[in-house]
Ligand binder design. Structure first.
Ligand SMILES: Cc1cc2nc3c(=O)[nH]c(=O)nc-3n(C[C@H](O)[C@H](O)[C@H](O)COP(=O)(O)O)c2cc1C
Length: 404
């Protein structure tokens, strides 16, 4: 089988060096990558590096190898074009259809999915000119990955940093996996909120009641939503996973903190997916000092009180009309019957029901589930990667948003 053809466009930002690592990941995972830098990009990383790492010449202009008509052919043949970093200048040119060099020509001839990973100073990113260019590109179906917050060139920090190459690689992998369907980013213009991980309810400064949720399913939902063009807020409870590229990550600890963060983000959300394992109960009393073991004394029993039911609350008080609310039910027995009862009780639109155990689902890479819908339909998702289940959830969410 032919290797998937990827065009890696690199424009002239300080983060061009990170594109070398993205290129390496793409080639090592079996992709045929053509690097198309801009002239400015070569100020940061030279032609020799791109050519040696990709195994192809890395031209900036349309005038080399003219007999092969590269200004048309490279774009036409691509299965994916990813521009990382995308400068403010490159985004402007792409939004306006300029074609002054090989990269901008390639963007006009490509009919495959296109991913832009902008990186620039916060002021440049927030400027209305850049924001309007980004909105134009998204409206046309491109995936524009939100920059990360962090250290920028020089001493500045803020929004505008290129996400880490391994996470950009994940976006490329997801977009390629969706194939032709990815040319229309079906969640573009949508804001989705996802909770992930497991809450921890403190007993004293060193101990907590927790659960086995790793956060992997919630992170898979975030990654797949970014690859489908959504603006993603990920409310992460006690996960040790790297931030998915393009997602706005809010870290929380307890169920009460998770509720606050989710309700705040849900105010303008089109969909909320509650994949986190939120503790039903928390200790009634928090000991300010570490609870001590006392000679000859049994410990005090731990009294529990109920935590707020975030899923029921979100379902009952939709922040906006047509908002789609999705819950997860982890069951150990009578999985489907318990799931149906929970769907009715909570009032959400979709409930993903899966069987869990000490080594089953929690922390695993794979899963198996049935998605129950309030309209009575059931969508079984066979054993496979958590991303496959995530894509099924987004298919069902997108269908409901489309009807709204
Ligand atoms: C040191 C340095 C770092 C720069 N970093 C960025 C950047 O991160 N993002 C950006 O949009 N422009 C950045 N610029 C400005 C661009 O290089 C400039 O707009 C250039 O014309 C972009 O050309 P291109 O879009 O054709 O690659 C930087 C310039 C310098 C000198």
């Amino acid at each position: 089988m032919d290797k998937p053809k990827v065009v890696l466009g690199v424009s002239g930002g300080i983060a061009a060096y990170k594109a070398c690592e993205l290129l390496r990941r793409l080639t090592e995972s079996g992709h045929d990558v053509r690097v198309v830098p801009t002239e400015s990009a070569l100020q940061f990383v030279g032609e020799a590096t791109w050519a040696a790492l990709s195994g192809h010449p890395a031209r900036t202009q349309v005038w080399g190898d003219v007999h092969e008509v590269p200004h048309v052919r490279i774009g036409q043949e691509a299965d994916l074009v990813v521009v990382a970093p995308a400068t403010a200048d490159l985004l402007a040119k792409a939004a306006h259809g300029l074609a002054g060099d090989l990269l901008t020509n390639t963007l006009l001839t490509a009919r495959c999915p296109v991913v832009f990973a902008p990186a620039m100073h916060t002021e440049m990113w927030e400027h209305p000119a850049t924001q309007e260019n980004v909105a134009t590109l998204r409206r046309r179906g491109a995936v524009v990955v939100e920059p990360a917050v962090g250290r920028l060139t020089g001493v500045d920090t803020g929004k505008g940093r290129l996400p880490e190459p391994e996470e950009l690689f994940e976006v490329c992998r997801r977009v390629l996996a969706r194939g032709a369907a990815a040319t229309a980013a079906d969640l573009a213009g949508r804001h989705v909120v996802i909770s992930a991980g497991g809450t921890r309810e403190p007993l004293d400064p060193v101990r907590y009641l927790g659960n086995r949720s790793s956060g992997k399913q919630g992170y898979a939902l975030a990654r797949t939503a970014v690859a489908r063009g959504a603006r993603v807020t990920l409310v992460a409870a006690n996960t040790g996973l790297p931030d998915p590229a393009g997602a706005d990550v809010v870290r929380v600890g307890t169920a009460v903190q998770l509720r606050e963060a989710v309700l705040k983000a849900a105010a303008d959300a089109d969909a909320v997916v509650m994949a986190a394992a939120v503790a039903d109960f928390r200790p009634a009393r928090y000991a300010e000092g570490k609870i001590k073991k006392r000679e000859g004394q049994e410990p005090e029993p731990v009294a529990l009180v109920r935590n707020p039911d975030v899923l029921a609350e979100l379902s009952a008080d939709r922040a906006r009309p047509g908002q789609v609310v999705v819950g997860f039910a982890a069951e150990t027995d009578d999985v489907l019957a318990n799931g149906r009862a929970k769907l009715a009780r909570k009032g959400c639109d979709l409930l993903v029901v899966n069987e869990v155990g000490e080594t089953r689902t929690f922390g695993a890479e794979d899963t198996e589930a049935v998605v129950l819908a309030a309209d009575g339909t059931e969508t079984p998702v066979p054993h496979g990667p958590k991303e496959a289940l995530a894509d099924t959830v987004w298919d069902l969410v997108a269908a409901r948003l489309g009807r709204g």
